[in-house]
Write a protein that binds this ligand. Sequence first.
Ligand code: DGJ
Length: 725
Amino acid sequence: MITFDAATGIFHLQGKHTSYFMQKNEQNHLFHLYWGSRLAKRLPDYVLKEIKRASYIADTDHIKEYKLERLPQEYPAFGNSDLRKPAYQLTFQNGTQISDFRYTAHEITKGKPGLEGLPSLRESDDCETLIIKLHDAYQQMDMFLFYTLYLEADIITRHIELKNTGTTAVEINQLNSACVELPSSDLDLMHLSGSWARETHIQRTPLSQLNYRVESTRGSSSHEHNPFIALMDKEATETAGSVYSMNLVYSGNFEATVDVEMQDAVRMQIGINSSLFDWQLQPGKSFVSPEAVLVYSQHGLQELTHKYHRAYQNYLLPPKFAQQERPILVNSWEACYFDLQEEALLELARSSKELGVELFVLDDGWFGHRDDTSSSLGDWFVDRQKFPQGLEHFIAQIKQIGLDFGIWVEPEMISEDSELYRQHSDWCVEVPGRLKSYSRGQFVLDLTNPAVQDYLIETLSELFQRYDIDYVKWDMNRSMTEAGSNALTSSQQKEFYHRYMLGLYRVLAKVTEEFPEILFENCAGGGGRFDPGMMYYMPQTWTSDDTDAIERLAIQEGTSLIYPTISMGAHVSQVPNHQIGRVTPLNTRGVVAMQGNFGYEMDLSALGSAEKQKIKDQIDQFKLIRSTVQLGKFYRLAVPNKENAKAWLFIDEQQVVISYVQIHAKPNSPSKRLRLIGLEPEALYQLPTGEKRYGDELMAFGLAIDTVKEDFYSQQWVLKKEEDA
Ligand code: DGJ
């Protein structure tokens, strides 16, 4: 519930287990008081007064006597007596950059307004929104700080709206979506970093007096960094300690910064990347920042994960798919790459069906004359050489075999060798007269241009209308370079990256609204855009192009730290693995892929009968646990030697699924046990052996792990909960 106390000027956003306090003083400056565990009906009006830094007592009642730098700002400005990193920066017509926004009014309402043109969490029945209006009289501008509190989910979303009420244009150089100040830097910074095929590795770094910046400048949220940061107690663990985190609902260039200032306070912020952004805000116009999701956990990373998973599954994923189990698929990519031959594909489909697969996905190579990465992007019509009787005919046969049909597209791209390029070479992202860099042999379409957006909406609508399509994999395989547009004026060129995102979101909204029955999978060379922005439109994402089971352990652990496992694509692939050449047992590949949306990325028709039988058993097994994995609760388990093993658990009302993977065999290792969590202490659970144990025993003693002389060994247990224990 959100309250305001007029006597003290204190706002209190009180969630189920969390409190967030702000205070406005007599000068109408807005200060941040607290974000942390829930406090009862207190009004901590003494906090600001008691702030004493460098033997300076802040007397906030007398404007002449206080320096803003000494005090925790709620949304800090540039150019005043606070010389720390601001949350926003504007340049006015006269070239000056100082602003002074002060509180003028606020409103507390039920529900939540949407963000124009941008994805955001959908409202819940119990959410409330606080809108604080600030005004800068010098320039005649209004700023609106939006806070939505989700009571039960116990999270806060924030964004900013800036309105130019004056008569001259104002340049926005920076407008962060959220800023929070913490009083001390005795914390660790956690973020998710990596590269293509090595996404979302968890990084943890102790803070010192430095400016930290986690960012993307690649035009997408990127493989390099996910738009997420957390600050946590140095002692925080999986189950204990405070964690403060921010995740940006945005799929383009972002920055997440942490600044430890000279007196040890910490400012944590997230927003559009200001180094590649400037926006001309014309008189009478508004600008809306993307939404930031703020999640606090009092009990370590486990609670943090549960809060994100629950909020995203309930309020971010497209509602139709949020609680729907996902089909087991076979994808043609690693089975055939560009060598698509109709009969071989049908054979793959038949074998897959026999083994229990439900969805056949025709990946890259079906259109134009695309035999490698050098051509045809933009030509979304079937290659008659590969499918002589057309795609309808091929799809009809897939359906006759008894499988759903899915198709791959990469709509944001254009090949130089394409009909589209020959007709519209000016539709590329480019700076006219400058060389454009190829990447994967392709250019990017200029989605800032409404004509390109309309063309895409029309072309994709025709494609999805014409064919009987159940699933679409929407790929995006390059970073943006020489970023400019033929459709923008010179003063708008610095707006390119954000305008691209607005264009993309418009296309995604139109297409996904027109085809609500299609299951869309987001992909950007794997997890290059695994972010909440894309998740709003597309309920699942291809987590990584690296399908090696051991590499996937870290990637899936990092991804599932914040994103629900139902959104995470995970497939079994061939060995030696195509990305890194490692050979792992089929069982382990299966156990790891069963952590998300399960499928196969290999030629299932080319296997011997013994291997086929194993895969059939694997699929049967996944069908038994699918609802627990995709709709149940997820826990990471502590393992005896954590550098060398991973274990996790899914639980629902009926059963518990526990998976364990050991990376390397070690000599002389005594047998170890895996202690479970999240079980009902008094409930009786049946082990695969038929033995029965109580929840409290399983949480106290755990399950015995096999001691084996085998690298990449895995175990999976399914424990059935007894009805009347
Ligand atoms: C990158 C994707 O991540 C792969 O799964 C595959 O679809 C290729 N693109 C196709 O070009």
